[in-house]
Design a protein around this ligand. Structure first.
Ligand code: SF4
Length: 605
């Protein structure tokens, strides 16, 4: 086999055993990598109804066949587990260098099961693997932990996937951090590490990933890299302004939600745009491993010194979503969210829920305590004060640490929670891109934009422009195609931002050259479809009720947009969802049919 080692590391934290396992090409051809491998093992090995924070849950770190190769953006890895936030599948992806290093060490994936009774970290140095005590690291922030590990191991070139205090304290939206400011952010995967008392996975590798045909692979990679460099977004906007290049574009199109989606345009968007950030704070770009795009930002503030980020989603979640305009405060808040190790989208969404509960008089100052800053739109003190309180679960921070849905539920008003399947929504108002709304509603991991990015066709014109308010068959089929395609890109080990410039055939070319296979584009998309369905199957086994939960917040379905170009629009989900189920080949109530199970080989699991 090329581009794989065929090796999986299995670590049981309850009894401390470490084993090497193998997979063959037949398995690889079916599941490809990352999300494919992860969902296969979860479906095979765990009870989907298990408590996500119990030792019965497993957490799986996976690479793809292109991870660690020279393919553009080939550095991604994925953390797959049952989410404590949603109760369904979590698959959180991250760039940086950890994924490539894991591959260089000779491993395709790590399955962690059970739970330790004291803090530990896993140290992988090629074949040598050991569990070490991490009691002295417990309580340390992301950067402190990484620095302490480098010092202790005596190797500055180690890479680590780790948790900060938020993960240790089981914050429901805690992230797994790597390379200081890169995050496998969504779904509370950091809390699962925390529940297992696993502070970090440290890796150092010295091998080179072998591809089937080096000359062909090099030439294909060059061709695709050139395509990315010549694309106005991948080679222009993203390197110049980071993902925050989207702020002005999305705001002008009337999809930049503010004040918990009460409005769809933000009056101060320009002041928190990528352009403003570049003019005031940017020092340089920071690309992930093998990335020709380089959307990562290195900024400098008097308060934090040199820091990284924020990217588009974080600027919005910590900014416009909460009516906050001050870019310096947003950058600083992003810095601390990274240091404590939490997902900025869910953090911002939870604070915005609290803001609206406070605005409506449901949440009162006495609930917060005398000292606490009031949840008033635009109050930057909220950011400064609550990030640490949430991470440490102190005072009202303990309630916020449960996420926006549970917070709204505690006060009897879940209608003010703007999320799907208990996960907070990202930075696009779907009333201005209805296909994107269908994508949110049907996403296996709840409120998520990145596992289908209908903003591409509906707003940005990739691969071609679609009317954002068209809800016909073509639109519904495009949502399905984007879901399957992103599953494929993830599984390959690449970043979804390559879709600015590359299409499905380009991924086929790179995979075939690396693997020595002769799969068609349809063969690869079938893998994406298999992964999507397998994740759906896990959710159904975990108790998903599709007709109740494949939905959007009431506000987006019933309250027409108040301002901007989409004024008067809602998402007509009820007209798209039945078609979605039909085109997916599912039952009318959103379940996977026996025929579809057989067609995808899921009945063999
Ligand atoms: S496009 Fe951005 S997030 Fe994606 S691999 Fe490159 S630097 Fe990392």
């Amino acid at each position: 086999m090329f581009a794989y080692w065929g090796k999986i590391l299995r670590v049981n934290l309850t009894d401390g055993t470490i084993k090497e396992e193998h997979f063959d090409e037949k398995f690889a051809r079916k599941w490809l990598g990352t999300r494919g491998f992860g969902i296969y093992y979860l479906l095979r090995e765990m009870d989907a109804t298990a408590d996500p924070l119990s030792p019965e849950n497993k957490i799986i770190y996976t690479t793809g066949p292109l991870t660690g190769t020279t393919a553009p953006t080939g550095g991604r890895y994925m953390v797959i587990t049952k989410s404590p936030l949603t109760g369904y599948i979590a698959m959180a992806n991250s760039g940086g260098f950890f994924g490539a290093e894991l591959k260089f060490a000779g491993w395709d994936a790590i399955i962690v099961e059970g739970a330790s009774d004291h803090p530990v970290y896993l140290y992988i140095n090629d074949e040598s693997v050991e569990l070490r005590d991490a009691s002295h690291l417990w309580g340390k922030t992301s950067t402190e932990t990484e620095e302490a590990l480098k010092e202790e191991i005596g190797d500055k070139r180690i890479r680590a996937a780790l948790i900060g205090p938020a993960g240790e304290n089981l914050v429901k939206f805690a992230a797994v951090m790597n390379d200081e400011h890169r995050a496998a952010g969504r779904g509370g995967v950091g809390a699962v590490m925390g529940s297992k008392k696993l502070k970090a996975i440290v890796v150092r590798g010295h091998k080179r990933v072998e591809v089937a045909d080096r000359a062909r692979f090099t030439s294909v990679v060059k061709e695709k890299t050139d395509k990315l460099r010549n694309d106005p977004t991948a080679g222009g906007g993203l390197p110049k302004y980071g993902t925050a290049v989207l702020v002005n574009i999305i705001n002008q199109n009337g999809l930049y939600p503010t004040r918990n989606f009460q409005y769809s345009q933000f009056e101060y968007a320009e002041e928190q745009s990528g352009e403003a950030m570049a003019a005031k704070y940017l020092i340089r770009n920071k690309p992930c491993y093998a990335c020709p795009i380089g959307c990562g930002r290195v900024n400098k503030l008097p308060t934090t010194g040199v820091t990284e980020g924020p990217e588009y989603e974080s600027i919005w979640a910590l900014g416009a979503h909460n009516g906050i305009n001050d870019l310096a405060s947003i950058i600083e808040a992003n810095h601390w969210a990274d240091e404590y190790g939490m997902d900025t989208i869910s953090l911002g969404g939870t604070l915005a829920t609290a803001m609206e509960l406070y605005e409506k008089g449901i949440l009162k100052q006495e609930d917060l305590g005398e000292e606490a800053p009031p949840f008033r739109w635009g109050n930057t003190e909220v950011l400064h004060y609550y990030i640490e309180k949430i991470a440490k679960r102190e005072g009202f921070g303990d309630k916020l640490a449960e996420g926006g849905y549970r917070l709204a539920e505690m006060y009897g008003h879940t209608e003010y929670f703007m999320g799907v399947k208990k996960q907070e929504l990202p930075a696009y108002d779907p009333r201005g891109a209805e296909g994107h709304g269908l994508g949110y509603a049907t996403n296996n991991r709840g409120g998520c934009h990145i596992k289908q990015y209908m903003i591409s066709p509906e707003i940005l014109g990739y691969p071609y422009k679609m009317d954002p308010h068209d809800i016909g068959d073509e639109k519904v089929k495009m949502v399905i195609l984007f879901q399957d395609l992103t599953a494929l890109i993830d599984a390959a080990g690449l970043c979804v931002f390559t879709t600015f410039g590359l299409g499905a055939d380009d991924y086929r070319d790179m995979l075939n050259a690396a693997l020595g296979w002769d799969f068609s584009t349809e063969d690869y998309l079938k893998i994406g479809e298999r992964i999507w369905n397998a994740e759906r199957l896990f959710n159904l086994k975990a108790g998903l009720d599709p007709l109740k939960e494949d939905t959007l917040p009431k506000r987006l379905l019933e309250e027409p947009v108040r301002n901007g170009p989409n004024k008067g629009h809602v998402v007509r989900l009820h007209l798209m969802l039945p078609k979605y189920y039909k085109f997916r080949g599912w039952t009318e109530d959103g379940k996977i049919t026996e025929e579809k199970m057989k067609e995808l080989g899921l009945n063999e699991l």
